[in-house]
Design a protein around this ligand. Sequence first.
Ligand SMILES: [Zn+2]
Length: 429
Amino acid sequence: MWALQGVRLANGDLADIVVEGDRIVEVRRGAAAGVPEVLTCSEKLVLPAFIDGHVHLDKALIRDELSEHDGTLRGAIDAIHERKRRYTSDDVRARARSVIEESVRLGTTRLRSHVDVDTIGGLVPLEGVMAAAADSADIAEVCTIAFPQEGLLRDPGAYDLMVAALEAGADVVGGMPHWEHDEASQREHVRLCFGLAERFGRDLDMHVDETDDGGVRTLEMVADEALRRGYIGRVCAGHVCSLAAADQQYADGVIDKCLRAEITIAANAVTNLVLQGRQDRGLIRRGTTRIGELRAAGVNVLFGQDCVKDGFYPFGRGSMLEVAMISAHAAHLTTNADLDFALRAVTEAPAQTMRLSDYGLRPGARADLQLLPVPTWSEALRLQPLPEKVWFRGRLVAENSVHSTIHRLRPPSASPVRGPVWESRGPEE
Ligand SMILES: [Zn+2]
């Protein structure tokens, strides 16, 4: 048994957190008294470890090997084909593992990764990501989504590979209906994905309407299918960009269906800010879905990293703190309530869509924690600090320390202002 003494929680409360085995057993002031092993935390912020609810580990870190393209979704998908043909399971495994390790170092201990399943790469990407997940099982929990990136009808053979991927242990059924050539094929794609989910008893997490074209409306097909089959609270829809371009009345109706089907929306603003709006001139659209309206309606909304230096996005480093900050810019999140929503989008919201019953900062929850050298969540967002410590299942799995020095010519005359660092240090230190 051990304890964190004197931590600041995201709601501002001071508390001690007692951990036994892989569980949190107490969260209250004074709970550390009598606990044999205590870490004094000096009112630093403790958060549950982040969850990255939407990432693509199989294609991470391939950017430098791709030919340049026009920056669009289609351009990226085409540019990746050549590299995907050359994937080996070890190659995918090494890149995926590197992103998992970096994510852990930056405070994330659960990841849900889409993995391409198509006739180009076959099951090689899945083999690689599952191997990386096994390699990393001591520091993080990674689950996989079988993702037919090239479509199901426009890529004959992909459906059989999806079956094989689920038989091989992929955790969730993915999809990408808007990528099919026509509306009938989109509908069939949705039907096939739900059929697979029912057959294998899995949840669904699909890429939906990642386009500026307001006429593309597969989110409604997904919501209708979920309602028809009673697949309530078991579907996540990622991106959903075209909803922002649809007319208001239509959007309101679809948001209501999402609410009734308890669909989570993975609003991956980080990637969509650079991917969408490429044809616009002047007032360039942000490319994100209707985050504010979904939130107001009560739909569960998460923020994902989505891409780490792949064909779609040249940046990304597995930092959900960075994802929350970029998403806050994209979605006009500035008030305290807004920032709380941004925190939820990288913690409780992905936990909800993954149906985790043991997540959070409460007695009984799994002790996946991070200690940040700031007093508040808003300061964490602003300063983007490295977590000092990260725990997974109650075990310390990562530590970071930063040493910075300003070399003054003379000591400052005025008393130091509590500035951008949490603990200001005197010149003698
Ligand atoms: Zn994605």
